[in-house]
Design a protein around this ligand. Structure first.
Ligand SMILES: [Zn+2]
Length: 256
């Protein structure tokens, strides 16, 4: 591995861990396929749910007309979904650019130093446990076709699948959708009812949804479903309780 590759790889690691859950998830989604996609969806739904419950409860706490709560809830839904989609798009594009740069660099190396690259691939097969002669034959046949050579180096050396570098638009759309699914839940009662029914229906529906998301998370964590469900419900309720109180205080100071 050359200096530039090392730097690229270090940069990539930063990108994956530095982007918070979002960056991490998209990187994992890219590698883990379906499992990663499902996990990203559950976290996206959770994001939408917690952020919009908090928003709805904050506005509801101020004792405003239920139509304003509905307006705030729908705005919060769109604002959050666009923000998630934009963040996911940028993060996935950056990741893709790093991968493409790595592959382009590999392509230059293959052109500039085919003997060195042949030796490198032989070493990789040796490390996988093939005997010297077999490793050399296999590496030589992989190197015969430039396209196969590049594809093989990308997979074996960089650990990348050149056909699956991640789609920025796909990531943007799916995170938008997941956020909307979560964020619409506390808003639904306000579409149907007025106060005070809408408020209590929103609290109950949100608490139930938080519990379900907590239970869904056990698919990946393997933890006890009741514990996970209740913990998620507690976290979401705390967040919503804080914004409700803030809304109440501001509502009182404005009207009183
Ligand atoms: Zn190489």
């Amino acid at each position: 591995m050359t200096k530039l590759q090392e730097r690229n790889r270090a940069g990539l690691k930063l990108l994956r861990t530095g982007g918070g859950t979002r960056g991490l998830l998209s990187a994992e989604g890219h590698r883990a396929g379906q499992g990663g996609t499902l996990r990203a969806a559950v976290f996206g739904i959770n994001d939408g749910l917690v952020s919009n419950i908090s928003l709805v409860m904050g506005v509801a706490g101020a004792g405003t007309d239920s139509r304003f709560v509905l307006l705030a809830g729908l705005s919060g839904l769109l604002a959050g979904a666009f923000s998630m989609a934009a963040g996911e798009y940028v993060s996935m594009s950056a990741q893709r650019e790093v991968f493409e740069a790595q592959i382009a660099f590999e392509q230059r190396e293959l052109a500039d130093d085919p003997q060195g690259e042949l030796a490198e691939l032989t070493q990789i097969y040796r490390a996988k446990g093939l005997p010297e002669a077999q490793a050399a034959t296999l590496a030589a046949s992989m190197m015969a076709d430039p396209r196969i050579a590049l594809d093989t180096h990308a997979r074996e050396e960089l650990g990348l699948d050149p056909d699956e570098l991640g789609s920025p638009w796909g990531a943007a759309f799916s995170s938008f959708g997941a956020f909307v699914v979560g964020a619409i839940i506390p808003v639904i009662p306000y579409i149907i009812f007025g106060n005070p029914t809408a408020f209590w229906a929103s609290v109950l529906l949100s608490a139930l949804a938080l519990f379900i998301v907590g239970v869904l998370l056990t698919t990946f964590t393997g933890r006890n479903w009741l514990y996970s469900g209740l913990r998620m419900m507690l976290i979401g309720t705390l967040a919503a309780g804080v914004t409700y109180l803030v809304g109440r205080l501001i509502g009182v100071s404005v009207t009183g």
